[in-house]
Design a protein around this ligand. Structure first.
Ligand SMILES: NC(=O)c1ccc[n+]([C@@H]2O[C@H](COP(=O)([O-])OP(=O)(O)OC[C@H]3O[C@@H](n4cnc5c(N)ncnc54)[C@H](O)[C@@H]3O)[C@@H](O)[C@H]2O)c1
Length: 451
């Protein structure tokens, strides 16, 4: 739809003043897709203007009632891109096509947020076959339904394998049957506080599950193995982050026949399973207070589409042992994100309260994409950095990993944590960064009251 450009955002006040009559005839038109997150700002400014002009209306409230009518909820559903505060990254993925076309590709954790997006995008590059592995049967079922109903992917060859990657026999059979040339490894336990209470399982799955599959892939002639890592691996304060860092170390120094092993590290993916946006959206829908752990908590964010496109791009440029880090722009305040969601839902900050619940075990206030010990270098891809730090000696690391494995048989989490600390001196106990309970007492406050 073509609309005349009336002026920039700074002139919004003057435009509203001059064009009330037009607006009342319903000429207020906004092109939602092109404006993206700026709509939030427009609505916010419209609201502020409404507040200031109410008194001019001799109590009729005529203008204000019209302005309230301009509700974003009526214009569109919330898109994840709107929450970024920047334009999503677009890229040319010809290199990816050259790498994937005609190859057998295996994705672990295929039913998950990252894994399923990997499957969607990989199929667009004409892989010879795609093998989707996950232990979540229902998740795979939905992925199967989705791919079968998508015109772009319905004719592609893909297979679904409900299996635990720790099941060595099953994995060897799968690799012999399909001979994947590329593996994207997105299977993991990822919820930080949950893993603090399940330390052995986190290590078993995220460290030894990975090691087992690396060995099988290498034995079966796989050419490329890409580990999906996380910013939580940097100076980890959680078991989950520590297991991801150990994964990076293993890929970085494990001797491999001819297999190229690459870790790709990045921050949060908007809308992923169990993450902050779906949780806040659910609370909004249920008219409940929005819960945020800390007023200052910030995270890096990307949309799943951007993150996975960059992972695919990174997979084409990485050399064996590389850790490639995706550039994620500025960190976003979760409090700000919650406020944006309130605005996008058509509610006001007076109607929805925000409750601060305190940092959870293992959780940090801010994440880091690089550690101080890492040297950051650029790549020929604009949004991908390479980090270098002294590579570990594999025989030494392998011995420490065997000790870590042995600690899993001892009762309690502490032996595991202390073995992890030996491997990762930078891993700190989660209790040191927890917020004082008293500090958090009574912090149920309306956002309006904070301003
Ligand atoms: N979601 C994010 O914001 C984000 C950001 C950066 C990195 N990552 C990393 O990406 C990986 C995947 O994250 P996600 O958000 O897709 O998680 P997710 O929970 O949505 O998906 C993980 C999938 O792995 C599967 N899985 C776990 N253990 C398995 C096993 N032993 N055998 C077979 N399947 C198994 C689960 O069933 C699940 O479907 C994690 O390592 C996470 O740290 C995620």
């Amino acid at each position: 739809m073509r609309v005349p450009v009336t002026g920039c955002l700074q002139l919004l006040g003057a435009i509203l003043e001059n064009r009330v009559a037009e607006m009342q005839r319903g000429h207020w038109v906004v092109e939602p897709a092109s404006l993206g997150w700026r709509l939030v700002l427009i609505r916010y400014r419209v609201q502020c203007l409404t507040e200031t002009t109410k008194s001019d209306q001799n109590g009729t409230g005529r203008r204000s009632s019209y302005i309230w009518h301009v509700s974003i909820r009526q214009l569109r559903e919330v898109r994840l891109e709107d929450l970024l505060g920047r334009e999503p990254v677009e890229m040319d993925l010809e290199l990816v096509r050259r790498q994937i076309e005609g190859k057998a590709v295996l994705v672990t954790g295929a039913a998950g947020s990252i894994g399923s997006e990997l499957c969607r995008q990989i199929l667009r590059y004409a892989s010879q076959r795609l093998i989707c592995v996950d232990q979540n049967e229902t998740g795979l079922f939905y992925l199967q339904q989705e791919l079968a109903g998508d015109r772009e992917t319905e004719r592609q060859a893909y297979f679904f394998c409900v299996a635990d990657i720790n099941d060595e026999m099953c994995m060897r059979r799968l690799f012999h049957e399909h001979a994947p040339g590329i593996v994207f490894y997105a299977a993991a336990y990822k919820h930080v506080p949950m893993m603090e209470g399940n330390v052995q399982e986190a290590v078993k799955n995220n460290v030894f599950g990975l090691m087992g599959l690396l060995e099988i892939a290498d034995d079966c002639g796989c050419e490329r193995f890409i580990l999906i890592s996380s910013d939580k691996a940097v100076n980890p304060t959680s078991i989950m982050g520590a297991t991801k860092r150990v994964g990076e170390l293993i890929l970085g120094c494990r001797s491999a026949n001819a297999m190229c092993c690459i870790s790709v590290r990045f921050g949060n993916v908007l809308g992923s399973n169990g993450s902050v946006v779906p949780l806040l959206q659910q609370q909004l829908e249920n008219n409940r207070p929005l819960t945020i752990t800390h007023p200052e908590i910030k995270r890096y964010f990307m949309t799943p589409r951007e993150a996975v496109a960059l992972v695919l791009e990174a997979s084409t440029i990485g050399d064996h042992g590389d850790i490639l880090v995706l550039e994620m722009g500025k960190q976003i305040s979760i409090l700000q994100l919650a406020r944006t969601l309130i605005q996008l839902s058509g509610k006001t900050e007076k109607q929805v309260s925000i409750q601060f619940t305190g940092l959870r075990p293992g959780e940090k206030l801010y994440e880091e994409l690089f550690s101080e010990a890492e040297e950051i270098t650029s790549t020929d891809r604009q949004k991908i950095k390479r980090v270098r730090c002294g590579r570990r000696d594999w025989p030494l690391l392998a011995r420490s990993l065997e000790e870590l494995r042995a600690s899993l048989t001892v009762d309690g989490a502490e032996p595991v944590r202390s073995r992890l600390r030996e491997i990762l001196p930078e891993y700190v106990s989660p209790s040191t960064n927890l917020i004082d309970d008293e500090q958090m007492d009574g912090r149920l406050i309306a956002t309006a009251a904070q301003k």
